[in-house]
Structure formats: structure tokens, C-alpha cells
Ligand binder design. Structure first.
Ligand code: ADP
Length: 587
């Protein structure tokens, strides 16, 4: 119940904010479809009484016109409204896809590396698709239920006013039948549980039989008969389950049907007796019979809608869970200016969520404003993790990171993020124009200087539309596919354009050879000027022109100093690395 309420609340609120007309149309259609059967219910008895009574032709014609015309009008209105409502279908799917997408982009970064959170995104997405029919499917069932409830109230009123005893029969029937329906549901849930295992195996064998990749092994090891026998065995099991479900439910289905029959016989007989005794007119007799039949349908409709609503809301609830995903990071309010900063790591240790291993272990380092620091170490030493903590993609498990003497958690998150312009190893360009990839939404941004400075002059010159050329061909046939090196330069231009006081290069050049990497780092360093800079590499490309070098090893800063200091430590990690890589850098 709680799930249904929260799904309806969240889905309807989101939809109503953007498309209020959708609900107006749905409510109108519900009114029209609810009113429609009542035209016949009230007008038909009058026609019957007119025929068996005074037979006034004029009155008969008027009543017939009201009946036929009213029903036709309702039908036309229903068709028109359905047509309008259906136009919202794609729009609503897109609305919720966008809501999920927006939430994924706002989510704390660390959740995007969390398996559970990733699964929840997937469940939210599929849960809002055909499983639930989205807000379209759920609101259909919701309004069906309300419409049927209103109809039931109407029919019951007619019955109570004319033959209250029939209502008693209906209540007894409904109570006993609800018990039968409950039993049937229980059986079907149990069968579903048993069948899902068989279905999984079916899926496995079914795929392997038709999957040509298994062809070699199946032929050479004579696996055909094993596969076919397994398939047959599963078919038998599956059939057994279906048979069990059918057999177990049969008695309840038959009892329900017999009970319904008894109720109808009672209602008809009782109404007939009232009519014969002239306690009600023939018209009212037909009205009672119609109301009884109608009530039956309305109750069936209500049970159906509720069952469907529960099922659909269960799927769509995954969306509600995802949209409610808690924030992983605490966020402060302290404002922070865009200027060079002093940064200090104090006894910082870190384990990734849901792991025990300390990837960083008691890291201590102080970086003065405008300092250029080279961070080196073998793969897996913790270099990128160090940067992720600095950029608040994760928070330290122990210790604290200070910026200008204040714990970085206290700063306004958005303003804090403005301080950093990193180029990560796995940087991503978007299928927008080159200019948009560098300056994002800042229209008419002057990026010419930047593209020239990072060495994209010739690349841009060759393009007819210059920096307005789209990258990749997803949206634009004439889009350009930049080479790996050109993509890197665009990513570097983006970082420089952001004009943040701290720039970071985290091995965006790992695919390049050491010399090319050295050139890029050196050129970048000359563009950075007085900003603070962090250069990360498992090579020593950037060490010679940096103020300090921090050598990471197994989560510690094992060595710290200038190039001169570190190369002179006997058996030092840096000295050894430098010796091994020296052939590249000697010149
Ligand atoms: P480096 O940048 O020095 O190559 P990283 O900081 O990327 O090293 O990784 C340090 C260690 O943390 C590695 O052992 C890596 O496997 C582990 N690690 C990195 N990212 C994650 C993650 N999201 N979840 C769990 N472990 C991770």
C-alpha cells in the first residue's frame, strides 16, 4: 500500500507539473466512460414501461433519441479524448527518461562507481518502461479503478432503492469470492516462484541450442542429445508446474463461478417475484437485471485494476527508490574564491566504499599556492585516488583535507568544484561542437586563443565551420572524428578555458609514448602559468619542471622532494625509476 501511494504521488506530481492537461483529459475520459452505461440503465426501463404501458409514440421517439444519441455522443467523446491522451505517450516516456538522466548526472560521483547504485539506475529505467507501462499504464489502471468504483456505487444505489435484499446476496458473494481470489493469487505466486527457476534453465538451454558459438563444442563432443534431453526434461517440469497451478486452482475457480451463478439466479428470481407482484414495474425489473450485471462487471474491473496497479507500481517503485537515492557526501555552505590556494592532506587514509583495503594510508602533504607538483608511482599506487579525494569525488575515510586551513567539506560544493580543472585519463568529449566541448553553454565564447595555444590551430583551420564543427558523427553527418592526440588537446583546452586556480593532468596521455607525453606535459606547464598544477603519471615526464615530486607507493607518499634530491637517494624508488626510464629523458 505504501509503495502504491508513493509511486502514484511521485509519478503524478512529476507529470502534473509538466503536463497538467494529461490529467484533465484522463479525468474527463473517466467521467465519460462512467456515465455511458448509466444512460441505458436509466433510459431503457422508461422505454420498456412506455411499450408495455401507454405506448406514446412521441415519448418513445424522444427516449430512443436520448438513448442512442447519448451513447453515441459519449462514444465520440471517448474516442476523441483517447486520441488526445495517446499523444502524451511518447512525451511522458521522454519526460521520465530525462528525469532519470538528470538524476544520474546529479548523483554523488562515488555512486556512479557503486554496483548497487548502477543496478538501481537500470531497475529504475526498466521499471518505468513496459513492465509498468510508465505513468501512462499506471494512471490507466488508477482511473479505471476510480471509474469502476463510481459505477459500482451507482449500480448499488439502483439496487438498494428497488430491491435491498439483492445487495445482501451481493455482499455475501463478494466476501466469499474475495477469499477464493486470495487463494488463487497465492497459488499463482507459488507457481511463479517455481516456474522462474525452470524458465531460467529454459533460457540457458534455449539460447545454447540456437547460439552458433556453441556449435563447435556441440558437434565435436556429441552434446546434441544431452541438450535435447535437458530441454525435454525442462519442458516436462514446466508442464508439471502449469498443470499443478491449473489443478490446484480449479476448485476455487469452479466454486467462484457456481457462487456467481447462484447469486444471479437469486437476483433474477427475486426481481421477477417483485415484478409479478407488481411491487416494481417491468422497466424497473430490466433495470435491476442490468444493474446486477453491471455491478458484476464493475467489481471484476476493480479487482483487475487493483491487481494490475499493485504489479505495475511494484516495478515503478524502483524509480521512486532511485530518485530518492541518498547523498553520499556532506556538503557545506562556506564560500570559496577563485584564487590560488594552499592545500594540505593531514593523516588522510581511504578505502573505497564496501572494501576494507586502505588504498591511501596516512597521506600527509602540504602544497603551497601556485606550486607545481608531480605525482608519480607504479600503477595502482593510489595516485588517481589522491586526486579523486582532492576533487571531492570521494571523502577520506580518516584524516582531513584542508584548503587554506579549512576542511574542504565545509565549502559550498559547487564553488569548490569551480576551483579544479582536471583532465582525467578517461576524459570524455561530447557529440557537440568543438566550441561547446571547450566552453559548454557559454555562447560566443572566445576560444580561438585557447585552441591556438594548445596546438589545435591547424586542425581547426582545416575545418569549414571551424570550432563550430560537431565532434563525432552521431548527430551530424559532417561531424569530425578527431585523432586521439587531437581529442586530448581539446580536453586540455577545456581545462584551460575553465580558468580554475588548480589544474590537474591525470595521465590523459597514457596511450602516448614517453617522449610525446613529455612534450605535452611540458607545453601544458608553460600554459598553466601561476596556477597550482598537479601532474600524475607512472612515468617521470613531468618531474623535471615541477617544484616538487611526490612518489606514491602502496598508498603512502614514500619519497618527497625535488628531482635533484630524489635522484640522489641511494636505492630510492624515484632513483630506480629514473634509472630505468632514463633513456627517454637523458637528452
Ligand atoms: P593509480 O592512479 O596510482 O594507478 P588508483 O588510485 O587508480 O591508482 O588505484 C589505487 C587502488 O585502488 C588500486 O588497487 C585500484 O584497484 C583500487 N581502486 C581504484 N578505483 C576503485 C574503485 N572505484 N573501487 C574499488 N577499488 C578501486
Amino acid at each position: 500500500m505504501h509503495k502504491i501511494a508513493s509511486v502514484i504521488k511521485v509519478l503524478f506530481r512529476t507529470t502534473a507539473k509538466k503536463y497538467p492537461m494529461f490529467f484533465v483529459l484522463k479525468i474527463l475520459r473517466m467521467i465519460v466512460t462512467t456515465v455511458m452505461p448509466f444512460i441505458a440503465l436509466f433510459v431503457s426501463p422508461l422505454i420498456v414501461d412506455e411499450i408495455v404501458g401507454e405506448r406514446n409514440l412521441q415519448r418513445l421517439i424522444v427516449l430512443t433519441v436520448i438513448l442512442v444519441g447519448g451513447e453515441a455522443l459519449c462514444q465520440i467523446l471517448n474516442d476523441m479524448l483517447t486520441n488526445f491522451i495517446n499523444r502524451y505517450s511518447t512525451r511522458l516516456d521522454n519526460l521520465f527518461s530525462l528525469e532519470i538522466g538528470k538524476h544520474v548526472m546529479e548523483l554523488d560521483f562515488q555512486l556512479t562507481e557503486d554496483k548497487e547504485a548502477l543496478e538501481q539506475i537500470e531497475k529504475a529505467r526498466t521499471g518505468m518502461e513496459w513492465y509498468s507501462g510508465g505513468v501512462h499504464g499506471i494512471s490507466d489502471q488508477f482511473f479505471n479503478f476510480i471509474g469502476n468504483l463510481l459505477k459500482a456505487v451507482g449500480y448499488i444505489t439502483v439496487i438498494v432503492l428497488n430491491a435491498p435484499l439483492i445487495l445482501l446476496a451481493i455482499v455475501v458473494y463478494a466476501a466469499v469470492n474475495a477469499m477464493f481470489v486470495g487463494k488463487l493469487n497465492k497459488i499463482s505466486i507459488e507457481a511463479f516462484g517455481k516456474l522462474s527457476k525452470v524458465n531460467r534453465l529454459f533460457g540457458y538451454f534455449g539460447w545454447n541450442i540456437v547460439d552458433p558459438r556453441y556449435g563447435k563444442d556441440i558437434r565435436l563432443y556429441g552434446a546434441q542429445s544431452m541438450m535435447v534431453n535437458a530441454w525435454k526434461e525442462n519442458t516436462r517440469k514446466s508442464n508439471d508446474h502449469w498443470k499443478w497451478q491449473g489443478d490446484s486452482g480449479l476448485k476455487y475457480e469452479v466454486s467462484g463461478a457456481l457462487l456467481g451463478l447462484a447469486r444471479s439466479i437469486f437476483a433474477y428470481t427475486y426481481s421477477a417475484i417483485l415484478a409479478i407482484r407488481k411491487l416494481i414495474s417491468i422497466g424497473t425489473f430490466t433495470q435491476l437485471i442490468s444493474a446486477e450485471v453491471g455491478l458484476n462487471g464493475a467489481i471484476g474491473g476493480m479487482i483487475n485494476s487493483v491487481t494490475e496497479l499493485v504489479k505495475r507500481c511494484n516495478y515503478a517503485y524502483e524509480y521512486v527508490i532511485f530518485m530518492d537515492y541518498p547523498e553520499a557526501l556532506s556538503k557545506g555552505t562556506r564560500s570559496v574564491e577563485k584564487k590560488p590556494h594552499e592545500i594540505e592532506f593531514k593523516h588522510v587514509s581511504f578505502s573505497y566504499p564496501k572494501t576494507d583495503r586502505k588504498v591511501l594510508d596516512d597521506v600527509n602533504i602540504k602544497i603551497t599556492p601556485g606550486e607545481h607538483l608531480s605525482i608519480v608511482g607504479l600503477n595502482g599506487a593510489g595516485k588517481t585516488t589522491f586526486i579523486k579525494l582532492l576533487c571531492r569525488l570521494y571523502d577520506p575515510t580518516e584524516g582531513e583535507i584542508l584548503m587554506d586551513g579549512v576542511n574542504i567539506k565545509e565549502y559550498d560544493y559547487g564553488q569548490y568544484m569551480e576551483q579544479f580543472a582536471p583532465v582525467f585519463q578517461d576524459f570524455k568529449l561530447f557529440a557537440f561542437s568543438i566550441a561547446e566541448n571547450i566552453a559548454f553553454e557559454k555562447k560566443n565564447a572566445d576560444i580561438k586563443g585557447i585552441t591556438d595555444r594548445v596546438g589545435l590551430h591547424d586542425f581547426v583551420e582545416k575545418l569549414e565551420k571551424g570550432t563550430d564543427t560537431n565532434i563525432f558523427k552521431f548527430f551530424d553527418e559532417e561531424g569530425v572524428e578527431p585523432s586521439g592526440g587531437e581529442q586530448q588537446k581539446i580536453a586540455i583546452a577545456r581545462a584551460l578555458y575553465k580558468d580554475s586556480p588548480v589544474v590537474i593532468l591525470d595521465e590523459p596521455t597514457a596511450a602516448l609514448d614517453p617522449i610525446a607525453e613529455y612534450d605535452i606535459y611540458k607545453q601544458f606547464n608553460s600554459l598553466v602559468g601561476g596556477k597550482s598544477a598537479f601532474y600524475i603519471s607512472h612515468r617521470l615526464s613531468s618531474c623535471q619542471f615541477c617544484d616538487h615530486i611526490a612518489v606514491f607507493s602502496e598508498g603512502h607518499i614514500a619519497e618527497y622532494g625535488t628531482h635533484g634530491e630524489l635522484s640522489n637517494i641511494p636505492d630510492g624508488i624515484y632513483a630506480e625509476m629514473f634509472e630505468a626510464q632514463a633513456q627517454y629523458y637523458r637528452d
